[in-house]
Design a protein around this ligand. Structure first.
Ligand code: MN
Length: 257
């Protein structure tokens, strides 16, 4: 199994420069543009292209390694995996829970909702656009999720997802069995090391802690897909520290196959 890199340089319906900073020369680049309708509907062409590329990569026996502009793009990632017969558990590493619904979200920001959608909660139109069936709660682990909105926290606590508050407590013995899809939102890294995040949350693991946890996950030999969200404003990263911290953490993904 070799890694096949995919870059999806859109932050919802806008272009995401930070993704292009992590791109490599031979990446498969998502080129679809937003379509008609409200914001959720407009993302369908982008998500459909990403899902079909992921399905092709998996069908060839390779591992998709995607650089994403936003966390909603995990939905087409999972859809592509399902389409080619993979049913991985989802390991979601993020300072946020992304477990809001329209009812709990204080801001209405779509990027704060994909993990709820993936588990069958809230608006399911993004799931339906790529024919994705919801993932069972017990096949999902969230860490560290240190910045939850109040209604979102209630939803997480009432759910059956694994919630590991301290990232360094995540270890090979506590992971769900079988194949794993690891999603790493870069904004989990301590913002004192990476000051340009769009939605920074105080505290969190260092880039080096993150590198080690990602390396531990890769070393299980069970990882069938990887994604990273480039969650910073490239225009605000004047000294390049945010890119440097994210690149350091991502070294942990150069793992076993
Ligand atoms: Mn996220």
């Amino acid at each position: 199994m070799k890694d096949v890199r995919i870059a999806s340089p859109m932050f919802l319906d806008r272009s995401a420069k930070a993704v292009t900073l992590l791109e490599q020369a031979d990446d498969i680049v998502i080129t679809a543009q937003p379509g008609k309708g409200d914001q959720t509907e407009s993302l369908a062409p982008i998500h459909q292209q990403l899902a079909s590329i992921v399905a092709d990569v998996v069908a060839r026996g390779d591992r998709p390694f995607a650089i994403l502009g936003d966390c909603c793009q995990t939905i087409p990632m999972m859809a592509g995996l399902q389409r080619s017969g993979r049913r991985p558990a989802l390991i979601w590493l993020d300072s946020h829970g992304d477990f809001n619904t329209w009812e709990t979200s204080p801001s209405g920001f779509l990027g704060g909702m994909p993990l709820a959608m993936l588990t069958g909660r809230g608006d399911q139109r993004m799931m339906q656009a790529v024919d994705l069936a919801p993932i069972a709660d017990d096949r999902v682990v969230l860490s560290d999720g240190r910045d939850l909105d109040p209604g979102e926290r209630d939803l997480v606590e009432a759910s059956g997802i694994g919630f590991i508050k301290n990232l360094v407590d995540l270890d090979a013995n506590t992971l769900p069995g079988g194949p794993l899809y690891v999603h790493f939102d870069s904004d989990i890294i301590d913002a004192t090391e990476a000051p340009a995040f769009l939605y920074a949350a105080a505290g969190g693991p260092s880039a080096e802690d993150m590198r080690q946890v990602l390396a531990m996950l890769m070393a299980t030999g069970h990882v069938v897909a990887v994604s990273t969200t480039a969650a910073w404003d490239a225009g605000k990263d004047e000294d390049g520290r945010t890119l440097k911290a994210v690149n350091h953490a991502m070294q942990g993904l150069q793992g076993e196959t």
